[in-house]
Design a protein around this ligand. Sequence first.
Ligand SMILES: *Cc1c(COP(=O)(O)O)cnc(C)c1O
Length: 331
Amino acid sequence: MDLSRFPRRIYTPYVTPIEFLPRLSAILGGPKIWIKRDDMLGLAPGGNKTRKLEFLMADAISKNADSVITCGAPQSNHCRITLTAARKEGLSCHFVIEERISGTYSETASGNNFIFHLMGVESITVVPAGTNMAEAMQAKASELKKTGKSSYIIPGGGSNAIGSLGYVACAQELQQQLFDIALRIDHLVVGSGSTGTHGGLVAGFVGNNIQIPIWGVGVSRDPQDQEPLVYNLACAVAGLFNDSFKIQADHVKCIGGYWQPKYSVPNDAMIAAIKLFASSEGILLDPVYTGKVAAGMIGMIKLGKFNKDENILLMHTGGSPALHAYEAVLR
Ligand SMILES: *Cc1c(COP(=O)(O)O)cnc(C)c1O
């Protein structure tokens, strides 16, 4: 897939490492667990949003935007990384924050919210759960237009077809990297939220004929609700390549049951997974995404979904700044 046709800014001038986790693999009694360190992407501390923003910010700049508007939850990694990119590009940056659980937005909260203020976000508009975020961002854009500003709207999680190109790029990076280190991976496990990461990987794997199953662990929805969203976005990505390859419904596989009781609300398996990764391998997961995704991977291992001699690759999508906002439940 020829990604050089799309405008791109480079925020990570290196390939993220793949590391073997020997102590964790031994504790879980096999399979062999490897991790792709997308928590080490640029716009430090980076995460999966960095790859999407390489394409989204390039698109914004090509359209002569002087401001970006995006949205997320009160501890949004996506908002934090978008703001970092905006600072690097000299653009102003505005957030619409959805208080998904009422009363949870606090201007003095720690974690990502602290960084929003440290980096001097131009505005934060807090709206209640269930607000139409696209309309709320459009309203901000109209307001900015009256002051002569030209803004570019980035959807939640950076998850549209353009943003998902970041994970097509990751699929291509991975294909070459696995060849370079002579590693055969049998399954990939990744978080599935606003779907750009999962959908981009599915498109990248199908478009490059990489035949490794991808398991998307839902962080906010069970498979019957999540799979159609991932499928639709993967198809939209294929559309950017004139449908030169075709996504099938069975290319999209989701795992449910690990995000409950609610998006961003802790559960015991998430807490146990964060403690296990930290104490056995010195790897920091996060409470909203990767902690629940790792819990899903551990759950699949316990259910015997993988053979003992297989190699499993966990995509570490970042998020560690949110740990600080959850210290009380993790201590
Ligand atoms: C946003 C995010 C995800 C989910 O990725 P989507 O592309 O939204 O599905 C996973 N992990 C972390 C740390 C994130 O910030």
